[in-house]
Design a protein around this ligand. Sequence first.
Ligand SMILES: *Cc1c(COP(=O)(O)O)cnc(C)c1O
Length: 387
Amino acid sequence: MKAIPYGKQNITQEDIEVVVDVLKADFLTQGPRIAEFEENFATYIGSSYAVAVSNGTAALHLAAMALGIEPGDRIITTPITFAASANCVLYCGGEVYFADIDPETYTISLEAVEKLLKAHPKGYFKGIVPVDFTGYPVNLEELKKLANEYGMWILEDACHAPGGFFIDSKGQKQGCGNSNYADAAIFSFHPVKHIASGEGGMITTNSKEVYEKLLVLRTHGITRENLIKDFPNPELQGGWYYEMQELGYNYRITDFQAALGNSQLKRADEGLERRQEIAEKYYASFSENKGIKVQKRSKDAYNAHHLFVIEVSDRKGLYDHLRVKNIYAQIHYIPVHLMPFYKKFGWKEGDFPNAENYYKKCISLPMYPSLTNDEQDYVIETVKSFL
Ligand SMILES: *Cc1c(COP(=O)(O)O)cnc(C)c1O
């Protein structure tokens, strides 16, 4: 059996051809494939606007800037996420706070968020970055009620969840990242994610104001539109004229990455369905097993399954056993507040018991559309034989 990773991209001949086409065309970057990808992605996710950037971390940074984080602003996120969900706050000079996870869904606990909010005066926290961890959608309708009450914006980290959705109180499907309840959402196109473009990211929003800020911030804060025209000699301005109006970055994606993303997007639903099949089989194989805890399922929450996580008591034993059998499971995630860098802010073991207990037991099993039935059977047998 060849090595089985926990996640993997799937590149087709068509993907290769669209990239080659861009390489033979006029624009390597800033070309027509970018706007096409943005439009198609916004349609797929159900948002009004989408802005493509160089990676998911850049998407978080720019979205945080566009939502207006200022030095000293306090922002809440979950400890069970990739560090970038928290780091984006620090890039803007803000302060990171955490709220513990729900021990069944592994996403941020709304009760813990409410408790934290209640412990401080209104206005103390400026925003929150919920993460649709594994692809499990955070109920943003509920979170939005709290955010409204306490005057916070919501930046949804939907990197794990394109295609995921929850059912709101009116019975409507609310797709992850559609920004109906969030102010903006972000995605990543790293090869392990649903849609791969090498490196790449996307911000979705329904706010025209946020959208326009993002466009300027993505490319150095430079614009040719909405000019202020306060240059000393306006008569000297010609067709070349542009203005740097803000301190932005070069967070652009390239045209060939956008072409690849676009091509992958066409197969997104197919990939999602295969992920559901794989998840169903894991649930069927493990749900009755006393030694294994599985992530909660709910009829109101469609998990997009970037990951399939189980909890076992001898996690290291299982991890090592799988390795020997050529199965490269992963751990998602070491709690962010226990990273040496975050400990410097005073966070310590014991701060978020649910997150810490989860971390001691969690392991992510192989989950990607091209995982074959035989490979999955082998993974399931190998897990069971260990237990
Ligand atoms: C992958 C990921 C990111 C960062 O995306 P990159 O494209 O790797 O920068 C951020 N948050 C979460 C939850 C992720 O899974």
